[in-house]
Design a protein around this ligand. Structure first.
Ligand code: ADP
Ligand code: MG
Length: 492
C-alpha cells in the first residue's frame, strides 16, 4: 500500500470512530416495539436478569448518562439478580442467567457438615460480641453499610419485606443516584402491586389505585401504542433533583408483557382527594386553604422551571399542560403538580430544548395566546415558561372562585366557561383570547378581602398578552408567601 493510501485509510478509520462516538449506540431493547433503542453518545446498553417467583425475568434497554453515573444500575451479581452495562452496538443482546447451585440429594458432604456446625458457632460468638459491645456503652457504628449505597439500596429493598414507601423514597433521595430507584427495584415494586380500582382517565390510558405492601399507590397504565409517552414521562420524573414536595412523587416505571400485549406502568404516590379540579368541584375553601393551594402550585412550578447548576444539577423544565386536572390535592391541603408527559427540558449550554416542539400541545382551554395564534418563539425556553405562567393564572382563578368568605363564594367553573363551548377548538379559543383579548372575570367583591385582592392582581399579571410582561413562578411564589404571612399576622 502506498503512503497516501495508508494515510487515507487511517483518516477513514478515525472518522468512522468519531462517527461512532457522536452517533451514540444501538442497543437491544426488550421494552421497545422494534426491539432496538438508540442510546445517546454518553449513554450505554443495559441488560439484567432477576429471579421473580422462581422465574428468570430478563430486561434490556438503553441507559442515559445519568443512569450510568455511580454505576447504580450497572454493578452487581447476586443470587437474585444480575445486571451489566456495555458500550458497543447490541452488546446487551446475549441473555444473562442466574446459575443457582442445586443442593445434592441424599447425605451431606463434608463441607456442608463443617458449615452446619461452624456457622452457627460463629453466629453465636458474633451475637455475644454485640451484646458485650453494647453493654459497655459503646455507640453502635451505625450506617457502616451506607458506604456502598448501591448495595444497601438494591439488596435491602429487594429482600426486606418491612420496607415501606417512605423508606424507599428516603433511599431514593439519599442514595446520590439522582431521582430514581435502580431499575430492578422499580420493577420488583411494580410487579408486587395489586390494582384496586380505576380512579381517573386522561389523555393516555387509565389511572388506578393500587396496593403495595398495604399502602396505596397510583398506577398510570399506558397502552403499548403510547410507549413514547410512557418513556417520556418516566424520563422527566427521573430528572436529577426533580423531587419536591409540590411535584408528584414518582416511585417506579415498568413494562409488563402479559403474553399478548405490553402494559406500561408508571407508579406514583397516591392522593385520595384526586385532582384539584375534582376537589374544587366538591369543596369550597377557606382563605388559608386558598393560600395553601396557590402557594404549593406556585412552589412546584417554580421548582420545575428553575435550573440548578452543577454536576448534581437540574435542568429548567416547562410543564406545557398545567391545569386543575393535572394538579393533585394532598391530605394536608397542599397540592402537587402531576402529569409531566408533555414537559420539556432546557439544555442551557446549547440553549435548546430536548425534544422538537413544532406542533401545538396541551389543553386548548389553557393555551396561552401566543400558542393559540402560533406567534410563540419555540427556540426560546423562556417562551415555554411564560406560557406555563398564563395557565397558572387560570388555575389561580379556578381556586379563588371557591374561596368562601362568610358563606359567599362562586360555583366551580372552568376558565372561559361563559365564552366558549364545552370542548372548544383552537379557533374558538383564539377568537376569545387573542382577537377579543378577553380574560376570566375577576369579581368586584374580591376587593374586600386582602388575600383575594392579591390573588386577583396576581392572576392578571400572569395572563398578560405580552409574554415577557408576565410574572415569573418565583415572583408568584414569593407574593403568595407574603400574603400567607400577612394573614397569619392578622390572626395572631
Ligand atoms: P393523563 O396523562 O392521561 O392526563 P394524569 O396523570 O393527568 O393522566 O391523570 C389523570 C387523572 O387521574 C387525574 O386528573 C387525577 O384525577 C387522577 N390521578 C392521577 N394521578 C393520581 C394520583 N397520584 N393520585 C390520585 N389521583 C390521580
Ligand atoms: Mg392529565
Amino acid at each position: 500500500m502506498t503512503g497516501a493510501a495508508e494515510r487515507s485509510l487511517q483518516v477513514a478509520v478515525v472518522l468512522l470512530y468519531l462517527v461512532q462516538l457522536t452517533a451514540g449506540l444501538t442497543c437491544f431493547c426488550q421494552r421497545c416495539i422494534n426491539q432496538t433503542c438508540e442510546a445517546k453518545p454518553d449513554g450505554g446498553c443495559w441488560s439484567s436478569v432477576m429471579l421473580i417467583n422462581g422465574k428468570q425475568e430478563r430486561d434490556s434497554v438503553c441507559l442515559t448518562a445519568y443512569h450510568l453515573t455511580g454505576e447504580i444500575n450497572c454493578r452487581g451479581v447476586g443470587r437474585f439478580s444480575k445486571r451489566k452495562c456495555c458500550f458497543t452496538d447490541y452488546c446487551n443482546r446475549e441473555p444473562m442467567y442466574i446459575t443457582d447451585i442445586p443442593l445434592p440429594e441424599g447425605g451431606w458432604t463434608r463441607l456442608q457438615l463443617v458449615l452446619v456446625t461452624v456457622v452457627p458457632c460463629l453466629l453465636l460468638l458474633f451475637a455475644i460480641l454485640i451484646i458485650v459491645f453494647m453493654a459497655r456503652g459503646h455507640p453502635w457504628p451505625c450506617r457502616a453499610r451506607m458506604q456502598d449505597p448501591e448495595e444497601a439500596l438494591d439488596e435491602q429493598t429487594l429482600m426486606s419485606p418491612d420496607k415501606c414507601l417512605k423508606d424507599l423514597i428516603y433511599d431514593m433521595t439519599t442514595s446520590g443516584s439522582g431521582s430514581g430507584l435502580p431499575l430492578l427495584v422499580q420493577r420488583t415494586i411494580a410487579r408486587t402491586i395489586v390494582l384496586q380500582e380505576s380512579i381517573g382517565k386522561g389523555r393516555f390510558g387509565e389511572v388506578w389505585r393500587g396496593k403495595w405492601r398495604g399502602e396505596d399507590v397510583a398506577v398510570k397504565i399506558f397502552s403499548s401504542r403510547d410507549e413514547r409517552s410512557w418513556f417520556r414521562e418516566a424520563d422527566i420524573y427521573q430528572t436529577i433533583m426533580l423531587r419536591h414536595e409540590n411535584i408528584l412523587g414518582f416511585i417506579a416505571a415498568d413494562n409488563k408483557d402479559n403474553g399478548s400485549w405490553t402494559q406500561l406502568w408508571l407508579v406514583s404516590e397516591y392522593h385520595e382527594h384526586g385532582s384539584l379540579y375534582d376537589y374544587l368541584n366538591r369543596h369550597t375553601i377557606t382563605v388559608e386553604g386558598m393560600i395553601l393551594l396557590a402557594q404549593s402550585v406556585a412552589s412546584g412550578l417554580a421548582h420545575l422551571h428553575m435550573e440548578i447548576i452543577g454536576t448534581q444539577g437540574k435542568p429548567g423544565i416547562a410543564h406545557r399542560d398545567l391545569k386543575s386536572k393535572n394538579v393533585l390535592v394532598k391530605k394536608n391541603g397542599t397540592a402537587v403538580i402531576a402529569d409531566l408527559g408533555l414537559a420539556v427540558k432546557h439544555n442551557s449550554t446549547t440553549n435548546t430544548i430536548d425534544i422538537p416542539s413544532n406542533h401545538r400541545v396541551g389543553t386548548k382551554r389553557y393555551m396561552a395566546p401566543e400558542i393559540l395564534d402560533e406567534t410563540i418563539n419555540t427556540r426560546s425556553f423562556e417562551s415555554f415558561k411564560q406560557a406555563d405562567i398564563y395557565s397558572l393564572g387560570l388555575v389561580f382563578w379556578e381556586v379563588a372562585r371557591r374561596c368562601s368568605i362568610r358563606g359567599i363564594h362562586e360555583d366551580f367553573q372552568l376558565p372561559y366557561y361563559d365564552l366558549v363551548p364545552s370542548d372548544p377548538t383552537v379557533e374558538d379559543m383564539r377568537k376569545v383570547v387573542c382577537d377579543m383579548k378577553l380574560r376570566p372575570n375577576v369579581p368586584n367583591q374580591w376587593q374586600s378581602c386582602e388575600a383575594l385582592r392579591v390573588m386577583g392582581k396576581l392572576m392578571r399579571e400572569c395572563w398578560y398578552a405580552n409574554p415577557p410582561a408576565r410574572l415569573t413562578a418565583l415572583r408568584v411564589k414569593k407574593t403568595v408567601s407574603q400574603v400567607s404571612m400577612a394573614t397569619k399576622d392578622v390572626k395572631d
